[in-house]
Design a protein around this ligand. Structure first.
Ligand code: 5AD
Ligand code: SF4
Length: 460
Protein backbone atom coordinates (compact mmCIF):
# COMPACT_ATOMS: atom_id res chain seq x y z
CA UNK A 1 0.00 0.00 0.00
CA UNK A 2 1.13 3.51 -0.64
CA UNK A 3 -0.51 6.89 -0.14
CA UNK A 4 -1.10 7.05 3.60
CA UNK A 5 -3.39 10.04 3.57
CA UNK A 6 -6.95 9.95 2.30
CA UNK A 7 -7.23 10.94 -1.34
CA UNK A 8 -8.23 14.56 -1.65
CA UNK A 9 -11.96 14.87 -2.05
CA UNK A 10 -12.53 11.26 -0.98
CA UNK A 11 -15.68 11.11 1.12
CA UNK A 12 -14.80 10.66 4.76
CA UNK A 13 -16.08 7.39 6.17
CA UNK A 14 -16.12 6.14 9.69
CA UNK A 15 -14.37 2.98 10.80
CA UNK A 16 -14.91 1.27 14.14
CA UNK A 17 -12.59 -1.58 15.13
CA UNK A 18 -13.27 -3.62 18.25
CA UNK A 19 -10.16 -5.48 19.34
CA UNK A 20 -10.22 -8.59 21.48
CA UNK A 21 -7.31 -10.52 22.96
CA UNK A 22 -3.60 -10.22 22.61
CA UNK A 23 -1.08 -7.56 21.59
CA UNK A 24 -0.81 -9.19 18.19
CA UNK A 25 -4.42 -8.20 17.63
CA UNK A 26 -3.80 -4.64 18.85
CA UNK A 27 -1.01 -4.42 16.29
CA UNK A 28 -3.16 -5.94 13.54
CA UNK A 29 -5.99 -3.49 14.29
CA UNK A 30 -3.61 -0.56 13.88
CA UNK A 31 -2.42 -1.98 10.58
CA UNK A 32 -6.00 -2.44 9.38
CA UNK A 33 -6.71 1.21 10.18
CA UNK A 34 -3.57 2.15 8.24
CA UNK A 35 -4.47 0.19 5.10
CA UNK A 36 -8.02 1.54 5.16
CA UNK A 37 -7.12 5.20 5.60
CA UNK A 38 -6.35 5.69 1.87
CA UNK A 39 -9.95 4.65 1.21
CA UNK A 40 -11.10 7.59 3.30
CA UNK A 41 -11.83 5.65 6.50
CA UNK A 42 -11.13 7.54 9.71
CA UNK A 43 -11.23 5.78 13.08
CA UNK A 44 -14.22 6.41 15.29
CA UNK A 45 -14.58 5.28 18.88
CA UNK A 46 -18.14 4.01 18.65
CA UNK A 47 -19.98 1.77 16.16
CA UNK A 48 -23.04 4.08 16.18
CA UNK A 49 -22.33 6.06 13.03
CA UNK A 50 -19.71 3.75 11.55
CA UNK A 51 -19.72 2.85 7.86
CA UNK A 52 -17.49 -0.13 8.54
CA UNK A 53 -17.27 -2.18 11.73
CA UNK A 54 -14.46 -4.69 12.17
CA UNK A 55 -14.49 -7.19 15.04
CA UNK A 56 -10.88 -8.27 15.46
CA UNK A 57 -11.43 -11.46 17.39
CA UNK A 58 -9.45 -13.73 19.71
CA UNK A 59 -9.93 -17.46 20.10
CA UNK A 60 -7.92 -18.17 23.26
CA UNK A 61 -10.59 -17.57 25.88
CA UNK A 62 -13.49 -19.77 26.70
CA UNK A 63 -16.74 -18.81 24.95
CA UNK A 64 -14.82 -16.40 22.68
CA UNK A 65 -16.79 -17.54 19.67
CA UNK A 66 -20.13 -17.14 21.44
CA UNK A 67 -19.20 -13.60 22.45
CA UNK A 68 -18.47 -12.75 18.83
CA UNK A 69 -21.85 -14.06 17.70
CA UNK A 70 -23.61 -12.10 20.42
CA UNK A 71 -21.75 -8.91 19.40
CA UNK A 72 -22.68 -9.57 15.76
CA UNK A 73 -26.32 -9.91 16.75
CA UNK A 74 -26.22 -6.45 18.35
CA UNK A 75 -24.53 -4.94 15.31
CA UNK A 76 -27.15 -6.42 13.02
CA UNK A 77 -29.92 -4.84 15.10
CA UNK A 78 -28.14 -1.50 15.03
CA UNK A 79 -27.76 -1.72 11.27
CA UNK A 80 -31.38 -2.74 10.68
CA UNK A 81 -32.60 0.21 12.75
CA UNK A 82 -30.37 2.62 10.87
CA UNK A 83 -31.51 1.36 7.49
CA UNK A 84 -35.16 1.53 8.62
CA UNK A 85 -34.58 5.18 9.52
CA UNK A 86 -33.19 5.86 6.07
CA UNK A 87 -29.54 5.92 7.22
CA UNK A 88 -26.55 4.35 5.50
CA UNK A 89 -25.88 0.63 5.71
CA UNK A 90 -22.74 -0.32 7.65
CA UNK A 91 -20.38 -3.04 6.46
CA UNK A 92 -19.75 -5.69 9.11
CA UNK A 93 -16.43 -7.54 9.00
CA UNK A 94 -14.99 -10.26 11.22
CA UNK A 95 -11.19 -10.51 11.46
CA UNK A 96 -8.69 -12.31 13.70
CA UNK A 97 -8.46 -15.83 15.03
CA UNK A 98 -12.17 -16.62 15.26
CA UNK A 99 -12.43 -15.64 11.58
CA UNK A 100 -9.55 -18.00 10.87
CA UNK A 101 -10.98 -20.85 12.93
CA UNK A 102 -14.61 -20.58 11.90
CA UNK A 103 -14.16 -19.33 8.33
CA UNK A 104 -17.30 -19.13 6.30
CA UNK A 105 -19.30 -20.80 9.06
CA UNK A 106 -19.58 -17.25 10.50
CA UNK A 107 -21.45 -16.07 7.41
CA UNK A 108 -23.75 -19.05 7.60
CA UNK A 109 -24.58 -18.46 11.24
CA UNK A 110 -24.89 -14.68 11.05
CA UNK A 111 -26.11 -13.55 7.62
CA UNK A 112 -25.48 -9.89 8.53
CA UNK A 113 -21.72 -10.43 8.16
CA UNK A 114 -20.37 -8.99 4.89
CA UNK A 115 -16.83 -10.22 5.10
CA UNK A 116 -14.59 -12.56 6.98
CA UNK A 117 -10.88 -11.97 6.83
CA UNK A 118 -8.21 -14.15 8.43
CA UNK A 119 -5.07 -12.78 10.14
CA UNK A 120 -2.95 -13.31 7.02
CA UNK A 121 -5.17 -11.36 4.66
CA UNK A 122 -5.49 -7.85 6.08
CA UNK A 123 -3.68 -6.32 3.11
CA UNK A 124 -6.67 -7.41 1.03
CA UNK A 125 -9.14 -5.43 3.13
CA UNK A 126 -9.26 -2.39 0.84
CA UNK A 127 -10.07 -4.59 -2.13
CA UNK A 128 -12.61 -6.67 -0.20
CA UNK A 129 -14.30 -3.49 1.06
CA UNK A 130 -14.35 -1.90 -2.38
CA UNK A 131 -15.90 -5.05 -3.80
CA UNK A 132 -18.40 -5.18 -0.99
CA UNK A 133 -19.42 -1.58 -1.77
CA UNK A 134 -19.89 -2.51 -5.43
CA UNK A 135 -21.63 -5.79 -4.96
CA UNK A 136 -24.04 -5.67 -2.06
CA UNK A 137 -24.96 -9.13 -1.07
CA UNK A 138 -21.82 -10.72 -2.43
CA UNK A 139 -20.25 -11.83 0.79
CA UNK A 140 -16.55 -12.25 0.92
CA UNK A 141 -13.85 -14.10 2.74
CA UNK A 142 -10.14 -14.33 2.32
CA UNK A 143 -7.01 -15.76 3.69
CA UNK A 144 -3.52 -15.71 2.27
CA UNK A 145 0.00 -16.70 3.18
CA UNK A 146 1.76 -14.63 5.80
CA UNK A 147 4.63 -13.44 3.61
CA UNK A 148 2.20 -11.98 1.14
CA UNK A 149 0.48 -10.09 3.93
CA UNK A 150 3.68 -8.45 5.11
CA UNK A 151 4.93 -7.69 1.61
CA UNK A 152 1.67 -6.01 0.78
CA UNK A 153 1.39 -4.09 4.02
CA UNK A 154 4.98 -3.04 3.48
CA UNK A 155 7.39 -1.64 6.01
CA UNK A 156 6.72 1.97 5.20
CA UNK A 157 3.56 3.96 5.60
CA UNK A 158 2.64 2.77 9.05
CA UNK A 159 1.39 5.51 11.34
CA UNK A 160 2.87 5.59 14.82
CA UNK A 161 0.35 6.12 17.61
CA UNK A 162 2.47 7.46 20.46
CA UNK A 163 6.01 6.92 21.68
CA UNK A 164 5.82 3.14 22.00
CA UNK A 165 4.86 0.67 19.29
CA UNK A 166 4.35 -3.01 18.68
CA UNK A 167 6.21 -4.55 15.78
CA UNK A 168 5.35 -8.04 14.58
CA UNK A 169 8.47 -10.02 13.69
CA UNK A 170 7.17 -13.57 13.83
CA UNK A 171 3.83 -15.32 13.69
CA UNK A 172 2.49 -18.75 14.33
CA UNK A 173 3.56 -21.70 16.37
CA UNK A 174 4.92 -25.22 15.75
CA UNK A 175 4.93 -26.27 19.41
CA UNK A 176 1.47 -27.83 19.69
CA UNK A 177 0.99 -27.56 23.42
CA UNK A 178 -1.93 -29.90 23.90
CA UNK A 179 -4.25 -27.22 25.37
CA UNK A 180 -3.69 -24.51 22.76
CA UNK A 181 -5.45 -23.50 19.53
CA UNK A 182 -2.76 -21.14 18.22
CA UNK A 183 -0.95 -23.67 15.98
CA UNK A 184 -4.30 -24.34 14.30
CA UNK A 185 -5.53 -20.73 14.05
CA UNK A 186 -2.29 -18.85 13.33
CA UNK A 187 -0.54 -21.66 11.49
CA UNK A 188 3.14 -22.65 11.55
CA UNK A 189 6.07 -20.49 12.65
CA UNK A 190 7.01 -17.83 10.17
CA UNK A 191 9.46 -14.93 10.46
CA UNK A 192 9.74 -11.62 8.63
CA UNK A 193 13.06 -10.64 7.13
CA UNK A 194 15.41 -8.48 9.24
CA UNK A 195 15.50 -5.91 6.43
CA UNK A 196 11.76 -5.25 6.42
CA UNK A 197 11.66 -5.20 10.22
CA UNK A 198 14.53 -2.71 10.37
CA UNK A 199 12.86 -0.51 7.76
CA UNK A 200 9.64 -0.48 9.76
CA UNK A 201 11.52 0.25 12.99
CA UNK A 202 13.42 3.15 11.38
CA UNK A 203 10.17 4.55 10.05
CA UNK A 204 8.64 4.35 13.55
CA UNK A 205 11.71 5.95 15.16
CA UNK A 206 11.54 8.79 12.64
CA UNK A 207 7.97 9.40 13.87
CA UNK A 208 9.13 9.71 17.47
CA UNK A 209 8.73 6.13 18.67
CA UNK A 210 11.32 5.39 21.35
CA UNK A 211 10.32 1.91 22.44
CA UNK A 212 9.33 -1.07 20.32
CA UNK A 213 7.94 -4.36 21.54
CA UNK A 214 8.73 -7.12 19.08
CA UNK A 215 5.77 -9.44 18.79
CA UNK A 216 5.41 -13.08 17.93
CA UNK A 217 3.53 -16.08 19.32
CA UNK A 218 7.03 -17.57 19.63
CA UNK A 219 9.10 -14.44 19.26
CA UNK A 220 12.35 -15.99 20.45
CA UNK A 221 12.02 -18.64 17.73
CA UNK A 222 12.64 -15.76 15.32
CA UNK A 223 14.34 -17.44 12.37
CA UNK A 224 16.08 -14.53 10.64
CA UNK A 225 19.88 -14.81 10.43
CA UNK A 226 21.41 -14.90 13.91
CA UNK A 227 18.01 -15.33 15.59
CA UNK A 228 16.30 -12.82 17.83
CA UNK A 229 19.58 -11.71 19.46
CA UNK A 230 20.94 -10.52 16.10
CA UNK A 231 17.69 -8.75 15.30
CA UNK A 232 17.69 -6.97 18.65
CA UNK A 233 21.29 -5.82 18.11
CA UNK A 234 20.39 -4.50 14.71
CA UNK A 235 17.42 -2.53 16.03
CA UNK A 236 19.34 -1.26 19.06
CA UNK A 237 21.64 0.56 16.62
CA UNK A 238 18.78 2.70 15.25
CA UNK A 239 19.14 6.28 16.53
CA UNK A 240 16.25 7.32 18.77
CA UNK A 241 15.11 3.76 19.46
CA UNK A 242 16.21 3.43 23.06
CA UNK A 243 14.14 0.58 24.37
CA UNK A 244 13.47 -2.85 22.93
CA UNK A 245 11.18 -5.48 24.38
CA UNK A 246 9.84 -8.74 22.99
CA UNK A 247 6.99 -11.10 23.76
CA UNK A 248 6.00 -14.00 23.99
CA UNK A 249 8.92 -16.39 24.41
CA UNK A 250 9.08 -20.15 24.76
CA UNK A 251 11.64 -21.66 27.19
CA UNK A 252 12.84 -24.03 24.45
CA UNK A 253 13.97 -21.16 22.21
CA UNK A 254 15.77 -19.09 24.85
CA UNK A 255 19.26 -19.44 23.37
CA UNK A 256 22.65 -18.40 24.77
CA UNK A 257 23.00 -15.47 22.36
CA UNK A 258 19.73 -13.95 23.54
CA UNK A 259 20.61 -14.52 27.19
CA UNK A 260 23.98 -12.85 26.61
CA UNK A 261 22.33 -9.92 24.81
CA UNK A 262 20.41 -9.14 28.00
CA UNK A 263 23.69 -8.58 29.80
CA UNK A 264 25.25 -6.56 27.01
CA UNK A 265 22.62 -4.32 25.44
CA UNK A 266 21.31 -1.40 27.51
CA UNK A 267 18.45 -0.97 25.04
CA UNK A 268 17.17 -4.47 25.77
CA UNK A 269 14.82 -4.00 28.72
CA UNK A 270 15.15 -6.24 31.79
CA UNK A 271 11.72 -7.81 31.53
CA UNK A 272 11.02 -11.28 30.22
CA UNK A 273 7.68 -12.96 29.73
CA UNK A 274 8.53 -16.67 29.83
CA UNK A 275 5.46 -18.88 30.29
CA UNK A 276 5.97 -22.09 32.25
CA UNK A 277 2.29 -23.19 32.52
CA UNK A 278 2.89 -25.70 35.33
CA UNK A 279 5.51 -26.74 37.87
CA UNK A 280 4.72 -30.45 37.61
CA UNK A 281 6.78 -32.54 35.19
CA UNK A 282 3.93 -35.00 34.74
CA UNK A 283 1.58 -32.21 33.68
CA UNK A 284 4.24 -30.47 31.57
CA UNK A 285 4.69 -33.73 29.68
CA UNK A 286 0.94 -34.07 29.12
CA UNK A 287 0.95 -30.47 27.93
CA UNK A 288 3.75 -31.30 25.43
CA UNK A 289 5.79 -28.40 26.79
CA UNK A 290 9.29 -29.85 26.11
CA UNK A 291 10.74 -28.47 29.35
CA UNK A 292 10.72 -29.66 32.95
CA UNK A 293 10.25 -27.59 36.09
CA UNK A 294 13.96 -28.09 36.82
CA UNK A 295 15.15 -27.05 33.34
CA UNK A 296 12.96 -23.96 33.51
CA UNK A 297 14.34 -22.93 36.90
CA UNK A 298 17.94 -23.48 35.68
CA UNK A 299 17.14 -21.37 32.62
CA UNK A 300 15.89 -18.52 34.82
CA UNK A 301 19.12 -18.78 36.83
CA UNK A 302 21.21 -18.43 33.66
CA UNK A 303 19.15 -15.43 32.56
CA UNK A 304 19.62 -13.78 35.95
CA UNK A 305 23.31 -14.59 35.72
CA UNK A 306 23.41 -12.40 32.64
CA UNK A 307 21.04 -9.71 33.91
CA UNK A 308 20.59 -9.94 37.70
CA UNK A 309 17.70 -7.47 37.95
CA UNK A 310 15.59 -9.21 35.29
CA UNK A 311 11.84 -9.02 35.97
CA UNK A 312 10.31 -12.39 35.16
CA UNK A 313 6.71 -12.80 34.09
CA UNK A 314 4.86 -16.02 33.30
CA UNK A 315 1.68 -17.74 32.21
CA UNK A 316 0.11 -20.50 34.30
CA UNK A 317 -2.73 -22.89 33.72
CA UNK A 318 -4.46 -24.53 36.69
CA UNK A 319 -6.72 -27.54 36.39
CA UNK A 320 -5.18 -29.11 33.29
CA UNK A 321 -6.69 -32.60 32.81
CA UNK A 322 -5.20 -35.02 35.35
CA UNK A 323 -3.80 -32.28 37.62
CA UNK A 324 -3.74 -33.56 41.21
CA UNK A 325 -3.15 -31.62 44.41
CA UNK A 326 0.50 -32.69 44.36
CA UNK A 327 0.92 -31.33 40.82
CA UNK A 328 -0.56 -28.03 41.86
CA UNK A 329 1.72 -27.91 44.92
CA UNK A 330 4.66 -28.34 42.53
CA UNK A 331 3.46 -25.27 40.63
CA UNK A 332 3.38 -23.25 43.86
CA UNK A 333 6.88 -24.50 44.70
CA UNK A 334 8.18 -23.37 41.29
CA UNK A 335 6.60 -19.95 41.76
CA UNK A 336 8.32 -19.61 45.14
CA UNK A 337 11.65 -20.57 43.61
CA UNK A 338 11.45 -18.26 40.59
CA UNK A 339 9.89 -15.25 42.30
CA UNK A 340 7.81 -13.54 39.61
CA UNK A 341 7.44 -9.80 39.03
CA UNK A 342 4.05 -10.35 37.43
CA UNK A 343 2.08 -13.17 35.82
CA UNK A 344 -1.03 -14.22 33.93
CA UNK A 345 -3.06 -17.10 35.28
CA UNK A 346 -5.74 -19.17 33.60
CA UNK A 347 -8.14 -21.91 34.50
CA UNK A 348 -7.79 -24.68 31.95
CA UNK A 349 -10.58 -24.44 29.41
CA UNK A 350 -11.36 -27.09 26.83
CA UNK A 351 -10.62 -26.00 23.28
CA UNK A 352 -12.42 -28.25 20.79
CA UNK A 353 -10.00 -29.97 18.44
CA UNK A 354 -7.01 -29.82 20.79
CA UNK A 355 -5.65 -33.08 22.29
CA UNK A 356 -6.22 -32.01 25.91
CA UNK A 357 -9.93 -31.49 25.30
CA UNK A 358 -10.28 -35.26 24.88
CA UNK A 359 -8.04 -36.24 27.81
CA UNK A 360 -9.47 -38.10 30.79
CA UNK A 361 -9.38 -36.54 34.25
CA UNK A 362 -10.98 -33.19 33.45
CA UNK A 363 -10.81 -31.20 36.66
CA UNK A 364 -13.82 -29.99 38.56
CA UNK A 365 -14.58 -26.27 38.14
CA UNK A 366 -14.67 -25.69 41.91
CA UNK A 367 -11.21 -27.26 42.27
CA UNK A 368 -9.90 -25.02 39.48
CA UNK A 369 -11.36 -21.98 41.23
CA UNK A 370 -9.71 -22.87 44.48
CA UNK A 371 -6.31 -23.51 42.88
CA UNK A 372 -6.52 -20.31 40.87
CA UNK A 373 -7.25 -18.29 44.00
CA UNK A 374 -4.28 -19.79 45.85
CA UNK A 375 -1.92 -19.27 42.91
CA UNK A 376 -3.11 -15.69 42.41
CA UNK A 377 -2.62 -14.92 46.10
CA UNK A 378 1.00 -16.08 45.95
CA UNK A 379 1.75 -14.27 42.67
CA UNK A 380 0.05 -11.14 43.99
CA UNK A 381 2.29 -11.16 47.04
CA UNK A 382 5.35 -11.52 44.79
CA UNK A 383 4.22 -8.70 42.48
CA UNK A 384 3.68 -6.37 45.43
CA UNK A 385 7.08 -7.25 46.86
CA UNK A 386 8.75 -6.71 43.49
CA UNK A 387 7.16 -3.28 43.14
CA UNK A 388 7.85 -2.33 46.76
CA UNK A 389 11.50 -3.20 46.12
CA UNK A 390 11.74 -0.26 43.70
CA UNK A 391 10.76 2.33 46.31
CA UNK A 392 13.67 4.65 47.05
CA UNK A 393 15.39 3.90 43.73
CA UNK A 394 15.78 6.29 40.83
CA UNK A 395 14.51 4.64 37.64
CA UNK A 396 14.62 5.87 34.05
CA UNK A 397 10.99 6.34 33.00
CA UNK A 398 9.78 6.75 29.43
CA UNK A 399 6.76 9.04 29.69
CA UNK A 400 3.96 7.94 27.36
CA UNK A 401 0.82 9.97 28.02
CA UNK A 402 -1.08 12.26 30.42
CA UNK A 403 -2.37 10.60 33.57
CA UNK A 404 -5.87 10.75 34.99
CA UNK A 405 -5.07 13.74 37.22
CA UNK A 406 -4.13 17.10 35.71
CA UNK A 407 -0.40 17.73 35.64
CA UNK A 408 0.36 14.02 35.89
CA UNK A 409 2.08 11.81 33.32
CA UNK A 410 2.21 8.04 33.02
CA UNK A 411 5.27 6.22 31.82
CA UNK A 412 7.02 2.89 32.16
CA UNK A 413 10.01 1.74 34.16
CA UNK A 414 12.53 -0.60 32.51
CA UNK A 415 10.65 -3.43 34.28
CA UNK A 416 7.40 -2.49 32.51
CA UNK A 417 5.77 -1.11 35.65
CA UNK A 418 3.45 1.84 35.05
CA UNK A 419 4.90 4.91 36.80
CA UNK A 420 2.79 7.95 37.72
CA UNK A 421 4.53 11.28 38.35
CA UNK A 422 3.77 14.98 38.32
CA UNK A 423 5.51 16.18 35.17
CA UNK A 424 4.94 18.65 32.31
CA UNK A 425 3.50 17.38 29.00
CA UNK A 426 6.69 18.23 27.15
CA UNK A 427 8.31 15.22 28.82
CA UNK A 428 6.11 12.82 26.85
CA UNK A 429 8.46 10.81 24.69
CA UNK A 430 11.46 11.43 26.92
CA UNK A 431 13.30 9.10 29.26
CA UNK A 432 13.68 10.86 32.58
CA UNK A 433 15.04 9.83 36.00
CA UNK A 434 12.22 9.43 38.51
CA UNK A 435 12.58 8.76 42.23
CA UNK A 436 10.13 6.01 43.17
CA UNK A 437 8.16 6.93 46.29
CA UNK A 438 5.26 4.50 46.40
CA UNK A 439 4.11 1.19 45.02
CA UNK A 440 0.98 -0.88 44.52
CA UNK A 441 0.09 -4.21 42.90
CA UNK A 442 0.15 -2.81 39.36
CA UNK A 443 2.02 0.48 39.44
CA UNK A 444 4.54 2.84 41.01
CA UNK A 445 4.33 6.50 41.98
CA UNK A 446 7.34 8.77 41.80
CA UNK A 447 8.70 12.29 41.49
CA UNK A 448 11.05 13.88 38.98
CA UNK A 449 14.54 13.94 40.41
CA UNK A 450 15.00 17.55 39.47
CA UNK A 451 12.83 20.36 38.06
CA UNK A 452 15.57 20.90 35.56
CA UNK A 453 14.84 18.02 33.25
CA UNK A 454 17.63 18.88 30.89
CA UNK A 455 19.13 15.93 32.73
CA UNK A 456 17.23 13.53 30.49
CA UNK A 457 19.08 10.26 30.31
CA UNK A 458 21.10 10.00 27.18
CA UNK A 459 20.35 7.11 24.90
CA UNK A 460 22.77 4.27 25.53
N1 5AD B 1 -6.99 -23.03 28.70
C1 5AD B 1 -6.44 -22.15 29.59
N2 5AD B 1 -5.43 -21.34 29.28
C2 5AD B 1 -4.94 -21.38 28.02
N3 5AD B 1 -3.95 -20.69 27.44
C3 5AD B 1 -3.86 -21.08 26.16
N4 5AD B 1 -4.78 -22.04 25.90
C4 5AD B 1 -5.47 -22.24 27.06
C5 5AD B 1 -6.53 -23.11 27.43
N5 5AD B 1 -7.06 -23.97 26.58
C6 5AD B 1 -3.12 -19.72 28.15
C7 5AD B 1 -1.66 -20.20 28.23
C8 5AD B 1 -0.96 -19.31 27.24
C9 5AD B 1 -1.79 -18.05 27.34
C10 5AD B 1 -1.63 -17.09 26.21
O1 5AD B 1 -3.11 -18.51 27.42
O2 5AD B 1 -1.16 -19.96 29.52
O3 5AD B 1 0.42 -19.11 27.54
FE1 SF4 C 1 0.14 -22.19 22.18
FE2 SF4 C 1 2.17 -23.58 23.21
FE3 SF4 C 1 2.45 -22.37 20.83
FE4 SF4 C 1 2.32 -20.89 23.08
S1 SF4 C 1 3.93 -22.38 22.54
S2 SF4 C 1 1.24 -20.49 21.16
S3 SF4 C 1 0.88 -22.09 24.31
S4 SF4 C 1 1.06 -24.06 21.29
Amino acid sequence: MSGQTPTKGAPSKRLFIKTYGCQMNVYDSERMADVLSPLGYALSDTPDEADLVVLNTCHIREKATEKVYSELGKLKEMRDERVAEGGSRMIIAVAGCVAQAEGEEIMRRQPAVDLVVGPQAYHQLPELIARSHRARGERLSADFAADEKFDALGPVGRTAHGVTAFLTVQEGCDKFCTFCVVPYTRGGEWSRSPETIEAEARDLAAQGVREVTLLGQNVNAYAGEGGLAALVRRLAAIPGLDRIRYTTSHPRDMDEALIAAHGELDALMPYLHLPVQSGSDRILKAMNRSHTAESYVRLIERIRGSRPDMAISGDFIVGFPGERDSDFEATLALVREVNYATAFTFKYSRRPGTPAAAMPGQVDEAVKDERLARLNALLDEQARAFNAGQVGKVLPVLFERPGRHPGQLIGRSPYLQAVHATAPDRLIGRIVPVRIEGSARMSLAGALVSDDVSGELEPA
